[in-house]
Write a new protein. Structure first.
Length: 122
């Protein structure tokens, strides 16, 4: 009986760790913009409303806004339409460009962006 309880607790603990480790830190856009280097090479989640989007051949960028700021998201898997509420997971990068593939707005070309690993619409 004791062995079974220990195994059960161990499994629950491991599932909890995997769930937390895979989610990334949920942050506001203001948090990300205040100190982008803090989020480099880490998965980060943000939520907000798409206010602009540009796409070519299934790739592009879109701008998400929450009550604390606005952030450009670079996607290789399509972009949501303006007005859509999204939850985005990705990695923050400073000084990003697409090498002339798409003419993106100036602020995206040299500012802080999130490289999307996934997004879902709400």
């Amino acid at each position: 009986m004791r062995v079974t309880m220990r195994i059960t607790r161990g499994i629950i603990f491991m599932i909890g760790l995997m769930t937390l480790g895979g989610c990334g830190s949920a942050r506001t856009i203001g948090d990300v913009l205040a100190d982008p280097s803090q989020f480099s090479n880490r998965d980060v989640r943000i939520e907000g409303q798409v206010i602009q989007s540009y796409s070519v051949l299934g790739q592009g960028a879109y701008r998400v806004e929450d009550s604390t700021g606005r952030l450009w998201i670079v996607s290789r898997s399509g972009v949501p339409n303006p007005g859509t509420r999204v939850r985005v997971k990705g990695r923050v990068q400073q000084g990003f460009n697409l090498g002339g593939v798409i003419d993106l707005p100036g602020p995206l070309d040299d500012g802080v962006v999130m490289l999307e690993s996934s997004h879902d619409t709400r």
